[in-house]
Design a protein around this ligand. Structure first.
Ligand code: CDT
Length: 314
């Protein structure tokens, strides 16, 4: 059959002074519970191993190193990999990546990315994504009540939007990844739609309040805008998506949760209803991706690239 069972493994808050051991133990428990419910694919949030640290300002970048992973698995994350192998799961994990890597000039230096990987049931990392649409700001912003320093702490992702075909049980699945703010950009979805993506996995940390405090986004629209983006992305690209939040109150700062699983018709199939560690599980019949792809969103027949030039102009 072409049915795969997927789970959004939402994490409740991780406080600033909690170590990776706390997060990893909670994640292992979620993997066990997801497995009991028949899940084959499990999606964790963005920056799942720590608090959402871009809210904390540090002048010296070296002071933030402890929030990053320089290797996976590490001693701290090994229990996660052991559980993945034991339970035979395919897992999306978001984390802060510290890499020693050549930049555009060829110079090898310390580089920081907001990254996600897919880990196969063998425990191997199948592919990696680095966040492209980076929200927030570089410098300390005195006017803001809460900082959002992603632009300070992460470079723009340099891996594009890869889609990889990998087996889930006996079923090959075209898998793609994005991270948080990427979900609001139709270009992220279309880049993967053009690669026949069937399952988009995405983790997020979204504050309940718009912290720019400009008053243009009403509180009650925050969740609506998240779901609007995910549902439209799925419908317009004939794909399933598992969108998983970090939720709840991290040191006084609220993240809105509302993890969802969406089908290629744009319908929400399952959602979390708490701001704690929680699962949403759904059976996804990959045949559903065919309907859109062969009719209204048959790209080969109906896309009009000659009219889209502006989209990639600077
Ligand atoms: N983590 C992340 O990308 N969060 C953003 C918050 C935007 S407000 C600076 C989001 O788009 O949900």
């Amino acid at each position: 059959s072409n049915i795969i069972t997927v789970a959004a493994a939402q994490l409740g808050p991780i406080q600033k002074d909690e170590g990776r051991d706390v997060a990893v133990a909670r994640m292992v428990r979620l993997l066990e519970r997801a497995h009991q419910r028949g899940a084959q694919v499990v999606v964790f949030p963005e920056l799942a191993l720590t608090t959402f640290f871009p809210r904390w300002y540090h002048e010296d970048l070296n002071e933030v190193d402890h929030w990053y992973e320089s290797e996976l698995p590490s001693a701290a994350t090994q229990p996660l990999f052991d559980a993945i192998k034991k339970l035979g799961l395919t897992v999306y994990l978001g984390y802060a990546e510290l890499a020693f890597e050549a930049d555009e000039t060829g110079a090898v230096r310390k580089r920081r990315f907001n990254t996600s990987v897919v880990i196969a049931p063998s425990g191997e990392i199948i592919f990696k994504y680095r966040k492209v649409h980076m929200p927030g700001h570089v410098e300390y912003a005195p006017a803001r009540k809460v900082q959002h320093l992603e632009k300070r702490y992460f470079e723009i992702g340099n891996l594009g939007f890869p889609v990889v075909r990998a087996p889930v049980g006996g079923t090959p699945v075209n898998m793609g990844m994005m991270l948080c703010n990427d979900r609001r950009w139709p270009e992220s979805w279309r880049s993967m739609g053009l690669q026949q993506v069937e399952l988009v996995m995405l983790g997020y940390n979204t504050p309940s309040l718009n912290m720019e405090n400009k008053g243009f986004e009403a509180h009650h629209l925050r969740v609506f805008h998240s779901e609007l983006s995910i549902q439209a992305g799925c419908y317009q690209n004939a794909t399933f998506a598992v969108a998983t939040a970090k939720a709840g109150n991290e040191d006084g700062h609220e993240l809105f949760g509302h993890s969802v699983i969406v089908n290629p018709q744009g319908e929400v199939m399952a959602r979390t209803t708490t701001w704690d560690d929680a699962l949403a599980v759904a059976d996804c019949d990959l045949e559903m991706c065919r309907l859109g792809r062969t009719t209204i969103f048959n790209f080969a027949l109906h896309r009009r690239t000659e009219a889209y030039g502006r989209i990639t102009e600077q």
